[in-house]
Design a protein around this ligand. Sequence first.
Ligand SMILES: [Zn+2]
Length: 427
Amino acid sequence: MGIAKFIYELGERLRNPSLRSHYAFLKKSEHWSVSDLEAYQLSKLKELISHCIDTVPYYQNIFIQSGISESSIETLDDLKKIPVLSKNQLLENVSQIHSTKSYPKEFLASTSGTTGDSLKFQREESADSFNRASIMRGYSWYGVKPWDRNGYFWGFNFDWKARLKTKLLDALQNRFRLFSYSPENLKDFSKKLRSATYVHGYSSMIYQTAKLIEERSLEPPKNLKMVKGTSEKIYDSYRDVVKRVFGVPIISEYGATESGIIAFECPHGNMHVNMEGVIVECVDHRILVTNLQLFKFPIIRYELGDYIELATKNETCSCGMKHQILKEVTGRIGETIRGFKSEYPSLYFYYIFKNLASKHDVKLTYYVEQREVGKLDFFIEEKLASSHQNLLKKEISKYFLKDIDYTINRGKKSSKNGKSKSFKSYL
Ligand SMILES: [Zn+2]
């Protein structure tokens, strides 16, 4: 597809002139040793700190309060001297966190917070390009070029005008998307999939589509090199059907607008931290992320709101890359389960279902709701044999003892914008 590449490269040159050099750098640094990577991180961190001291009002104050100067940061460990930045602090200080330095080219970035706490900030061209280059590097591990034909899974709910605009923009990116699961739409989409090189988007939609292609006996795609799930948890129960229908495993990309790409799964099945772009810390199972490339809106030790598990430093990947391994993104923080007597983190659901999968090979797609104190409603998408139901009950009581009453129901949750969550509390 010569034309797709041409359009892509034209757009890149106009919008992201520094992307090429960032990409070349990342393809070199992917062969670096841990000490090379950490030396690079330290030098970027020092650069970021002195930039904050010079031009970022929020950090000028924070650093004075906590007695931090440029000489305070001599090792990566010294990062711990800087206080954690919570999501609320970030949202309350958006203008103060912006650097007073202006860059020749800045883009407005925004996040669509599910709870209405959306964030808008300026990002300089270099940071934007670095992030795109990081994604491109991940694609390169699968032999995928960003201009290759691709299917996209994102929210539905378009009126015809929005649909038309979306289709035009998609066409420029050699992309097509699924607009609904209706028989005609899905048929049309699966036909297009046969000429696609990769698909990406919400993992629950990728899973749903794979299942429907199978159920409706549609012809599956043959040439996919990569199936990439983003923004949502990839349940173990998704993996088999996706592999069967799409021919390749579903892999995950993890990141956020304000942090940039945090990790990308390699073809050997490990999520590697994008160490040239971010420093990831794990404190009390929570992720703290420092964006090493974003200078217009510096993010340091930012509590993104996920529970994670990092591999120990001596665990290595057979792909040869030395980048730190992120074992799991185990769940979102903040939603607490309320028992009659105690409170529990929603992380517990992750363990309950992980145990079922790893100990008993029972892989379930679940959704849990809490509408009353001390009571949970579990919804399981798969049909549960009574022996499996008993295993599930055992796991539940292991974590909550007698502090929670619960029901187990067959069913699933589909939310309006296409993005699904595994736990919702109405309390
Ligand atoms: Zn690897």
